[in-house]
Design a protein around this ligand. Structure first.
Ligand code: ATP
Ligand code: MG
Length: 377
């Protein structure tokens, strides 16, 4: 997989931008607040149809602009593909692949795959459950493109159901609630099934990476903690079929019915689930040191690269945002050594002095200043 170029119009602090990505090693250098992360965010958007930052799509538009364009040419399995996204809130975004309009996310996703690794990922283990859900959802959307459509459907049903619950005390519509329960259950069970599958796959690879970085001294496990199915141990448990999960979904909804009506909220479902990382039998949230958390995150990111390569048959583009400076020498070396020659890597940095000359030799360097891009040397 090779990202050949990127064009932007009215994206964040870029009025217009055209940049080529020749070769596999690209460095984006610049002082703080110039637009380095924004550029990676645009690339990430084409791969996941969401930002890695929290917030809505309208925040991606340059202040004052009504719409924005992100466009790129990629080379994949020997063919060139043009991807184009126009973000036009409150209207739906317009997605095109080779000029053809796509009406589902699945028709667009899976073309460009990326793994993004930034400083806030280092807080993934201890951050909010919503951060971990977002990490998981974006990662799964890339390898199982239909997942994002299911998420969107689930979210629409949940909003409808929440609206119904808000009115329920004054205007109980039992029949409509049971129709929505069924729809929520079907959509939600599929999501949980794919999360179990993805986590089981990524655990296997991440565990190996983790052992290498931690010099075999630590054992990593991942548990999916669900409001529907309880704990799913990715090492020991078998992936549950959507039907099995659906039955549990209905039971959980029945059990929480009174509470949901009282709180006027859907409290059962994948939107409330979480993922726990276990090191040597202990939950990393409570016990892991900063260094141990970094090791897990690094192992996860490297595992994401391998898993995409395994499923898609080509290495994803790796986006490293300021992250090298945050890792100690040992982990930095492990990361750089683990990146294969055929993995296109785009790295942001505030200073080239952080890199030794050998490393800079065949890199393409761009300098970024206030939303403009200049060829570096
Ligand atoms: N919607 C927007 N419209 C215009 N400018 C924006 C918008 N959103 C963010 N910006 C501006 O974009 C600038 C660059 O942000 P970016 O995060 O890309 O910086 P950076 O080069 O990665 O800096 P750092 O080294 O600090 O990470 C910031 O000054 C920010 O205020
Ligand atoms: Mg940045």
């Amino acid at each position: 997989m090779h990202l050949k170029n990127l064009k932007l119009k009215n994206f964040r602090n870029y009025e217009t931008c055209e940049i080529e990505f020749p070769g596999n090693k690209i460095l984006l250098a610049g002082k703080n607040a110039q637009g380095k992360t924004n550029l990676l965010e645009a690339i990430y958007y084409l791969a996941s149809l969401s930002s890695f930052r929290p917030g809505t799509d309208s925040e991606l538009l340059k202040w004052g602009a009504e719409n924005c364009l992100i466009q790129a040419d990629i080379h994949k399995h020997g063919t060139d593909i043009e991807l184009r996204a126009i973000i036009n809130p409150p209207k739906q975004k317009v997605l095109k692949v080779n000029g053809l309009k796509k009406t589902s996310f699945a028709g667009f996703l899976g073309n460009l795959t990326v793994v993004n690794f930034n400083v806030s990922d280092l807080l993934l283990l201890r951050g909010a459950p919503s951060d971990r859900r977002k990490w998981l959802d974006d990662a799964i959307s890339q390898v199982y493109p239909a997942y994002k459509d299911r998420l969107a459907k689930y979210s629409r049903i949940r909003t409808q159901r929440n609206n119904l619950l808000k009115e329920y005390k004054n205007f109980p519509q039992e029949e409509l609630l049971s129709v929505l329960d069924e729809q929520l259950g079907v959509a939600g069970s599929n999501i949980i099934h794919l999360r179990q599958k993805y986590l089981k796959e990524i655990r296997q690879i991440a565990c190996r990476k983790h052992k290498n970085i931690a010099f075999e001294q630590e054992e990593l496990n991942i548990i999916y903690v669900s409001t529907v199915t309880g704990e799913f141990d990715t090492l020991n448990d078998k992936i549950q079929k959507p039907d099995e999960i659906l039955e549990k979904f209905h039971n959980a909804l029945d059990e929480k019915r009174a509470g949901e009506i009282a709180r006027a909220q859907t409290v059962v479902g994948p939107h409330r689930d979480d993922t726990s990382f276990i090191i040597n039998g202990k939950n990393a949230v409570n016990f892991a040191s900063q260094g141990q958390q970094r090791t897990v995150t690094l192992a996860l990111k490297l595992a994401e690269i391998d898993l995409i390569e395994e499923i898609a048959g080509e290495s994803p583009v790796l986006l490293l945002d300021d992250v090298l400076a945050e890792l100690d020498n040992e982990r930095q070396n492990f990361l750089l050594k683990s990146i294969k020659e055929n993995t296109q890597t785009i790295i942001t940095t505030t200073g080239l002095s952080a890199f030794n000359e050998d490393y800079l030799r065949d890199k393409k360097v761009y300098n970024i200043e206030a939303g403009r891009i200049y060829e570096g040397n």
